[in-house]
Design a protein around this ligand. Structure first.
Ligand SMILES: NC(=O)c1ccc[n+]([C@@H]2O[C@H](COP(=O)([O-])OP(=O)(O)OC[C@H]3O[C@@H](n4cnc5c(N)ncnc54)[C@H](OP(=O)(O)O)[C@@H]3O)[C@@H](O)[C@H]2O)c1
Length: 262
């Protein structure tokens, strides 16, 4: 199916690794110009080179999504490099694991800056541009803890639940401007992030890596982890004209892990 994305421009935050890089590749293969950002210069260079070596039109910019001035420069640089921004994928972030006693207010604040306030500022910067262009797509990559809270994921549960509320409210605010806001919610996707969590859990819970993998795998109805392309395919659909009456929604891409009705 032709997704109708040729000549669109997509900005993917955290597009230098894992899920974000897979999204950049997929959207690029669908004909989009892609712009990626991250904080680590060598990772940014490597990702931009990877994209260009696939024959894709790609630009990379250093930006920390937690810093409002860097978010504003990112949006300006993306528009001057690619002409306009049709699609934003707010993906930058990580998982903050630990209990109430283990996570300091400063760590929680930094996490909320990455997952909630950064995307807020990104939307604030890009919405006027999309309005002037007659519309756009704003897709937020969330994570399962907002719908499946529990022990040891308290910080991510708070940030992810706030992201769901942000997506729903923002979709209402900007829908009449033909800016479609939606979410894609990964869980159990094998990336550098989940590699680190294996090691953390092994140490934290005293389990071997094999025990961790078999436990996580056995909790997933599909019996295995997913891959970044699983998320990228859902994002490409949500970014496309094929999804033009889907607004304020969330697609769980998790092999069935999140067992909740809503
Ligand atoms: N993998 C999963 O199963 C899973 C599950 C639930 C949710 N998620 C969410 O999916 C997103 C992508 O995760 P991933 O698994 O692909 O992780 P990853 O491989 O670690 O990639 C994270 C990306 O975000 C960038 N990033 C992190 N903090 C940033 C900041 N402050 N400003 C700009 N860029 C930043 C990183 O680059 P730099 O470090 O160079 O900045 C990197 O490009 C994250 O938001 C994560 O919470 C993933």
């Amino acid at each position: 199916m032709d997704l109708g994305l040729t000549n669109k421009t997509a900005l993917i935050t955290g597009g230098t690794s894992g899920i974000g890089l897979a999204i950049a590749k997929r959207l690029g293969q669908e004909g989009c110009k892609v712009i990626v950002c991250g904080r680590d210069p060598s990772r940014l260079d490597q990702a931009t080179e990877d994209l260009k070596s696939m024959g894709l039109q790609a630009h990379g910019f250093l930006a920390d999504i937690c810093k409002p001035d860097q978010v504003a420069s990112l949006v300006k640089s993306a528009i001057s490099a690619a002409g306009q921004i049709d699609i934003v994928v707010s993906n930058a972030g990580t998982h903050l694991q630990g209990s109430l006693e283990q996570i300091s207010p400063a760590q929680l604040e930094a996490h909320l800056h990455t997952k909630v306030i950064g995307p807020w500022e990104l939307a604030r910067q890009v919405v006027p541009h999309m309005r002037a262009n007659g519309g756009g797509r704003f897709i937020v990559i969330i994570g399962q803890a907002g719908k499946v809270p529990g022990a040891n994921v308290i910080a991510s549960a708070i940030s992810n639940a706030a992201q769901h509320a942000f997506v729903k409210s923002l979709s209402d605010d900007v829908g009449r401007s033909n800016i479609l806001v939606n979410a894609v919610c990964p869980s159990r996707i094998a990336t550098p992030l989940t590699d680190t969590l294996h090691l953390f859990n092994e140490h934290h819970l005293g389990r071997s890596l094999e025990q961790q993998e078999s436990k996580w795998g056995s909790q997933v109805p599909m019996g295995r982890f997913g891959v970044p392309d699983d998320i990228a395919n859902a994002v490409a659909f949500m970014a496309s004209p094929r999804a033009s009456f889907i607004v304020g929604s969330n697609i769980d891409v998790d092999g069935g892990y999140q067992r909740s009705i809503l």
